[in-house]
Design a binder for this molecule. Sequence first.
Ligand code: BG6
Length: 494
Amino acid sequence: WKTTSLSVVVVGASGDLAKKKIFPALFALYYEGLLPEEFHIFGFARSKMTDAEFRNMIAGTLTCRIHARENCQEKTEKFLERCFYSAGQYDEAASFQTLNGRMGEVEVACGKPRSNRMFFLSIPPNVFIAAAGGAADFCSTKTGWTRVIVEKPFGRDSASSAALGRGLAAHLREDQIYRIDHYLGKELIENLTVLRFSNLVFEPLWCRQYIRNVQITFSENFGTEGRGGYFDTYGILRDVIQNHLLQILALFAMEPPVSLAAEDIRDAKVKVLRSMAAVRLEDTVLGQYRSRAVAGGKTLPGYLDDKTVPPGSLTPTFAACAMYINNPRWDGVPFLLKAGKALHTRRAEIRVQFRHVPGSLYKHKFGPDLDSATNELVIRIQPKESIYLKINNKVPGLGLQLDTTKLDLQYQAAYKAAELPDAYERLLLDVVNGDKRLFIRYDELEAAWELFTPLLHEIESRKIAPELYPYGSRGPVGAHYLAAKHSVRWGDLA
Ligand code: BG6
């Protein structure tokens, strides 16, 4: 770092992700002093803009957690001085040559002409390979490393993902490619391995003998408003379940890795994914939100009311599925994955339901099915990050009344952290440091697609209609039948 500058190129700099996540994350890292002293940001996109206009655009986006801190104004100005813009076409060599020229000038002018370069491809899938090629072939640095960050959609199924992989591999080595799944950058997901492998009270319980089922759920209390065009071609299975939730499952269920090294963790994740059977349609429930009238004569719009959604679309905005891992640790334990848009609340969590105490002396104190006595470990990913364990306890007093209560670790209170770092901050910093633990390796992606491709093809070829659910509800009733079929009760709906 002492002799080398860092150039970060955001390809697709005027897009939503860049504005909402990438620039604020880079600013937070800069503010915390985590970027090399000499770093520069280059925006690259189709629209014409001067450096000044680009800086102006970014300035409006830096409302990150750092915003209320000391010296923020001064730091913002210094940060913006390091931002440059180059307009171009994603599939045009000349545009990348111009960008390369600009980068070279700025790097030389800062007095540290040796440079590392990092590209974030925040662009539509149809220009992905062209832009990766442009970056790698015309903008690679000769004096340091060149790394390229890519984010889903990584194709639509096994075949298209493999084609994309071949396209990238024609320009980049695997060690240069950083496949982001931003859920892996969330604080509570990074903590998952710590929780499990450093606590004797958990690790021995992490198996079929003690765990009845695992529920990994994601819900948002807003619809696809404005993103219908993108969303409709992918649907919730590809948007959230095949990547974010399946990644969480892999990290949760993997065998202990040989070490914490990136390759060892990813070997363990691939192994668990490959021990799973592909999801079956009969173990899946699909839903789509419809409009709902609310107080004041207003109506919350249904998915099909979104102008960017094609009329009559069957794309699911909700899905739940049951999956099994065929290995000695998890044989017979259902893993239920559930995700939906326009539900009653915004929440993501892992919920582990434990088996009942065999021959419990207190059986008579709970209902006939003992469900109210189930111990649950809940890892609340967001919002209000927390980890709690539901236990049975005696209600204080002279009688013998039992109650289910919580051992509760609330992050806000325990760590006095006003706000946790955004996932993109952690992940971008890892790219700078060359740490691949939280990035997806090619074979992981391949294994993930194999689990969902047959299901996706069947849903699409048979034109399976989703079950409608009202905007703001708890989702389609079918999700309850699915759970019951696998002897599970959704804990988040209790
Ligand atoms: C994205 C999905 O990957 O994750 C979006 O494409 C979803 O549809 C988003 O809204 C959720 O991310 P977060 O971090 O806001 O929970």
